[in-house]
Design a protein around this ligand. Structure first.
Ligand code: SPV
Ligand code: MG
Length: 310
């Protein structure tokens, strides 16, 4: 098995990956003929790590943003708190960001206001799900309540009518499988959401296999590209999604989960040993933190702007 150090990223390679080409827009990624990937981020730091690894886009996840605030993923964080988180991400990276907009934080009017704010902040798209407000995370054990189809379609139309930039994306997320609806109902909703103007459909499932997702993709006759979130069906081969014509796969929570595991292991060792010596070689160095913060840019600016700094 690789050690942590073996797997530590070579930053020269990473910087090259990031600068290799102009960042494609979110719309380009969604409409691309190839399977594309979005990686989860929940703050400025995780966004930077995702971007410099080479990912072409970010999923600003409701689950991980709320968790990083110490909150549950059932709209405990207000929409303006979410906006603030995504603003730190936007300031940190150039690659496109798709915001997990839950069920829209209210009715069509809340969606309009959110879309307006997101565009002003340079966020590239919003995903809204067909559940009632406040929503519950799809993996919570309490029952999931789907939104009325017409009311949800109205939210999608309102979002599309509000956007000013042609390439802003509105993704309609189908929670039917999560709520126990039939494939027919999910397909019917999917067609209505496409008619309402959705740029893509995110079809979610919490099964451990891809049966619902692949079955849906096979039956889907519409034009809207399909997006999936392989969290519970993580063992399915990525090529199976390619062959099914899926446009985007979202790795929705993996930077946060990786960091929680690393923080728990480090805290436990330090707690038990009453010393930080044992973890020093396996944790991120202070120099690396400063590299990620781009302190070099500040040192150059100091030379330019501070008196007597040379
Ligand atoms: C999220 O990442 O917040 C999502 C995906 O919405 S899920 O947690 O699977 O609902
Ligand atoms: Mg979410």
């Amino acid at each position: 098995m690789n050690t942590f150090e073996d797997r530590t990223i070579n930053h020269t390679q990473v910087t090259r990956a990031q600068n290799f080409e102009m960042n494609p827009s979110l719309k380009t990624l969604i409409q691309s003929a190839d399977l594309e990937f979005l990686m989860e981020a929940h703050n400025g730091l995780s966004a930077k790590i995702v971007a410099e690894t080479g990912f072409k886009g970010i999923w600003a996840s409701g689950l991980t943003m709320s968790s990083s605030l110490g909150l549950r993923d059932c709209n405990e964080a207000s929409w303006s708190e979410v906006l603030q988180q995504v603003e730190y991400m936007r300031d940190s990276v150039e690659i496109p960001i798709l915001l997990d907009g839950d069920s829209g934080f209210g009715d069509f009017n809340n969606v309009r206001r959110l879309v307006e704010k997101l565009e002003k902040r340079g966020v590239d798209g919003i995903c809204i799900e067909d559940k009632v407000f406040p929503k519950r995370n799809s993996f919570m054990k309490t029952p999931q309540q789907l939104a009325d189809v017409e009311e949800f379609s109205g939210k999608l139309k309102a979002a599309k009518d509000t956007q000013k930039r042609a390439d802003f994306c509105v993704v309609a997320r189908l929670e039917g499988f999560i709520a126990g609806a039939s494939q027919n109902e999910v397909l019917t909703r999917a067609h209505l959401y496409q008619e309402a103007g959705a740029d893509a459909l995110l079809v979610h499932s919490k099964l451990n296999d891809a049966q619902q997702i692949l079955g849906f993709a096979e039956q889907w006759q519409g034009n809207a590209p399909l997006i999936i979130v392989p969290t519970t069906y993580c063992g399915v081969a990525t090529d199976d999604f390619r062959h099914a014509g899926i446009s985007v796969a979202i790795w929705a929570n993996h930077t946060l989960r990786a960091s929680i595991a690393a923080m728990q292991a480090a805290c436990l060792t330090v707690f038990e040993e009453q010393s930080v010596a044992a973890i020093e070689s396996s944790i991120t160095s202070i120099d690396e933190i400063m590299r990620i913060q781009n302190c070099d840019e500040l040192y150059d600016a100091e030379k330019k702007y501070l008196p007597n700094s040379n």
